[in-house]
Design a protein. Structure first.
Length: 246
């Protein structure tokens, strides 16, 4: 319990002292650069996790073009390609983009991979049409502030027909979590002391990278605001929703 309180105090203090969204994004990019697993070929060739495979088999079409935002080193892209889909993807971490392209070249997979600014849709894919979308594992929760997350999802929605599915994964939290209560109020105090204008929300966490932990109501509301209806919400084995374009 004490360790959790200390971690919450540290997270809130670090978060509240950051000066801008861009600073937080840059620190998250540095953190991901240090995590070599996403550039590991064995990991990226390991295929879908069980919950991903189940969601795709149940809600995705049998074929078509799939958009993969936050594609990391290419695990989901390769797995989708092996399932018969046409792939277009983008990622903000430069070294992951390189690894993803190399991975697909190794397996002779014809996919388009682009680099995008953090928290934004790549300019090269705007205007394309997609039959489904899969946001790379946990990628959505790294976007800071609900308004910016909804804007990101809305841009993805513009490229999808009514009824097209999207799979989004994320960390979850309990509505009355004491940990996130502490993080939030310590961040508010740190903001006041530092003069930061950084937006802070209940559920935010700063531990190497920025993560927002969702309740069911939060993710449903953000999907709805972006033009998606949540079909299923699961907390385990990893938080995720499947939603469809409305």
């Amino acid at each position: 319990m004490l360790a959790q309180v200390v971690a919450a105090l540290a997270s809130g203090w670090q978060l509240g002292r950051r000066r801008s969204v861009r600073q937080v994004e840059n620190e998250s990019l540095v953190a991901y650069q240090s995590w070599s697993i996403y550039r590991d070929s064995a990991y990226n060739e390991s295929g879908f996790r069980d919950w991903e495979a189940s969601a795709i088999a149940t809600y995705f079409p049998k074929s078509g073009r799939v958009l993969v935002p936050s594609c990391g080193g290419g695990r989901e892209v390769l797995a989708l390609a092996r399932s018969g889909f046409e792939l277009v993807a983008f990622e903000c971490q430069p070294s992951f983009v390189v690894h993803c392209k190399d991975l697909l070249a190794k397996h002779e997979i014809p996919a388009q991979i682009f680099q995008a600014p953090p928290s934004e849709v790549a300019a090269e894919v705007r205007g394309m049409r997609f039959d489904a979308a899969l946001v790379g594992w946990g990628g959505y929760m790294h976007i800071q502030h609900a308004q910016r997350r909804v804007a990101f999802l809305r841009d993805v929605r513009k490229m999808m027909p009514v009824g097209a599915p999207i799979l989004i994964s994320f960390f979850t939290r309990r509505e009355q979590s004491k940990f996130f209560f502490i993080v939030y109020w310590v961040a508010r105090v740190a903001k006041a002391i530092s003069g930061s204008s950084l937006p802070v929300e209940r559920g935010d966490n700063m531990d190497g990278s920025f993560d927002h932990h969702f309740t069911s109501d939060e993710i449903r509301a953000e999907c709805k605001a972006a033009g998606f209806e949540v079909l299923v919400f699961h907390q385990r084995p990893y938080g995720h929703v499947v939603a469809r374009a409305t």
